[in-house]
Ligand binder design. Structure first.
Ligand code: FEO
Length: 576
């Protein structure tokens, strides 16, 4: 017999990893793992407010645990869980999807609850079998299937593929009107509030999360919203951040509106990959991030279960195609590749990447076929021979940026021509200095010529830099990231400016042939700079097509005390 004791332990951030357990409905608990300091999900997804991993427990006559937690919470989570319930009597473990931030402790729960039946989509159960390497009882569920726990808790499952993995299911409990959605409608936001009382506090994180995780699957978001429309939902219990209750329809409407905008975007890239093969998902998302940086929409499509008519329709609509090589043995993917080849045309851009599964379809024969049709290669094939590193993710991000820039080149030219003469000349009178920003995070380094730079505060010392949204270096300029601002010298800037204005292919070393030494924050200082400052990003402000990066300045030096900063005078103000 399970004893259900709800207790609330609102905790303070000093522990950095803490737990919170709250009753959120009749016989329903939320067990939140609070990860206060997590600053990144994948390379492209910088976090400012940490995150939480939310797990849930429902007690009818039978009991169900919905998702677990991240491995880093092993001790804390299992302590909390075993303090609440007797795991040897747990009936069901429902897996919303198998990404490790929610299923990282499934193996440990199975060891404590060997009698439990694991409930999930077919692909999720297959994934788990490979993850836990031990036998377990399972129940495969499809859209509309129900599981009666008794005492009014009849659970209904809603298939929500791609939100955010292909195996995602939502779970709805009609008794409490709670819809458990895992990643969907979540946000990376960690605080003691269990619910969304203060929508203003969290709306920026809600949007950022949507952009990073959900926008590339906008069509899947719309399908899921259609499926849950018939349910009478009172709470959306997400897997990350606060649960949604106080502004529920507003949050759902935003997802719907943003997804409709995405699917109507002028320029679209169809990104085909095989989600459960190799490192396809991770690489595809890094490429998608680079593409979206240019305001181009991306639609991710799993080659393994793509329907031919959907593939054809998407290829017809897309201005660019990106394909991650599936396994040679994947029959459905082969058929989908043939459909793509038949529908592709010479006005499109193409990019190909290996997915590192060991049995990848060879990349070059496919590349030749696309070249015969006349597609423009937007980036050279990305060849993966080992598990992806930060550097490989950065290459993918930069490759995505390249195809996005190629597809928006006409738009950029139109914008340059759009201003009237007087206004563009007046704006051109705004002069500025010339600088090279250099950034490093782990093994990834990048650099950018910057001219829109100004001192922005005196106490503490701070500078502001405007960085165009389509710059790949933007991934390295999230809050907490560090960079060096190198000041170019009036009589000695031409060769550095020319070097850093060059077009670099994805992953190319920006510093090859340039003399540098390392700053105390790890970023490169250019030996020929007049001065440098070591900076740490403290704030980012979104300004239309640029990010304003406000940073505190920690230290700096001047090489020549009488040297003057190179100044950039422009004739017109509608480009740099
Ligand atoms: Fe929060 Fe897709 O895992």
């Amino acid at each position: 017999m399970v004893v259900l004791t709800a207790r609330s332990e609102n905790t303070k951030p000093q522990g950095r990893l803490t737990m919170q357990t709250v009753e959120i409905g009749s016989e329903t608990l939320c067990i939140r793992s609070l990860d206060w300091d997590r600053d990144r999900f994948d390379i492209e997804f910088g976090l400012q407010n940490g995150t939480t991993y939310n797990s849930f427990f429902v007690q009818g006559d039978k009991t169900a645990l919905i998702d677990t937690s991240h491995r880093k919470f092993q001790e804390l989570y299992l302590d909390a869980l075993t303090g609440l319930i007797d795991l040897s009597t747990l009936d069901y473990l429902i897996i919303s999807h198998t990404e490790p931030d929610h299923s990282g402790l499934v193996k440990e729960v199975l060891q404590l609850a060997p009698q439990v039946t694991v409930v999930g989509a077919k692909v999720a159960i297959q994934f788990l079998q490979n993850m836990v390497h031990q036998p377990f009882q399972s129940l495969i569920v499809k859209n509309g299937d129900r599981l009666n726990l008794g005492n009014g808790h009849e659970l209904e499952f809603v298939s929500a593929p791609n939100l955010h993995w292909p195996d995602t299911i939502f779970t709805y409990d009609a008794k409490t009107r709670i819809l458990f959605t895992c990643d969907a409608f979540g946000m990376h936001y960690c605080n003691d509030y269990t619910f969304d009382e203060d929508s203003e506090l969290i709306e920026a994180d809600f949007k950022y999360y949507y952009d990073c995780l959900m926008a590339p699957n906008a069509r899947s978001v719309l399908s899921a919203i259609k499926r849950i429309d018939k349910l009478d939902v009172g709470i959306i219990a997400t897997g990350h951040g606060p649960l949604l209750q106080h502004h529920l329809s507003e949050w759902v409407n935003r997802y719907q509106q943003w997804s409709q905008e995405q699917t109507k975007a002028d320029t679209l890239v169809a990104l085909f990959y095989s989600e459960d093969y190799g490192y396809s998902d991770q690489l595809a998302r890094a490429i998608a991030h680079g593409i979206q940086r240019n305001g181009v929409a991306v639609e991710l499509v799993d080659l393994s279960d793509a329907e031919p008519h959907e593939v054809r329709e998407l290829v017809n609509q897309a201005a660019g195609l990106v394909i991650g090589m599936p396994s040679q043995a994947n029959q459905n993917a082969h058929a989908a590749l043939s459909t793509i080849l038949a529908a592709a045309h010479n006005k499109q851009a193409i990019g190909l990447f290996e997915t590192g599964g060991g049995e990848d379809e060879p990349i070059y024969p496919l590349r030749n076929k696309f070249q015969e049709i006349g597609l423009t290669e937007a980036f050279p094939p990305i060849l993966i021979k080992e598990p992806p590193t930060q550097v490989i993710e950065q290459i993918c991000d930069e490759a995505g940026t390249d195809i996005g820039q190629w597809l928006t080149r006409d738009r950029t030219i139109k914008q340059i021509k759009a201003l009237d003469n007087d206004l563009e000349r007046a704006l051109g009178r705004l002069s500025s200095g010339l600088y090279i920003m250099t950034a490093r995070k782990g093994d990834v380094k990048s650099a950018m010529l910057a001219s829109w730079v100004m001192q922005a505060s005196m106490n503490p010392l701070g500078v502001a830099v405007a960085v165009a949204k389509d710059r790949a270096i933007e991934s390295l300029l999230h809050v907490g990231d560090r960079f060096v601002l190198n000041v170019l010298e009036e009589d000695n800037y031409q060769s550095l400016m020319k070097h850093f204005l060059k077009r670099f292919s994805p992953g190319a070393d920006r510093f090859a042939g340039i003399k540098t030494y390392s700053a105390s924050n790890g970023c490169p200082i250019l030996a020929d700079a007049l001065a440098y400052m070591e900076c740490e990003v403290t704030m980012r402000m979104e300004c239309s097509d640029h990010w304003i990066i406000y940073s505190s300045v920690q230290t700096g030096r001047v090489a020549k005390i009488d040297g003057l900063t190179a100044v950039h005078h422009r004739k017109v103000g509608n480009h740099y």
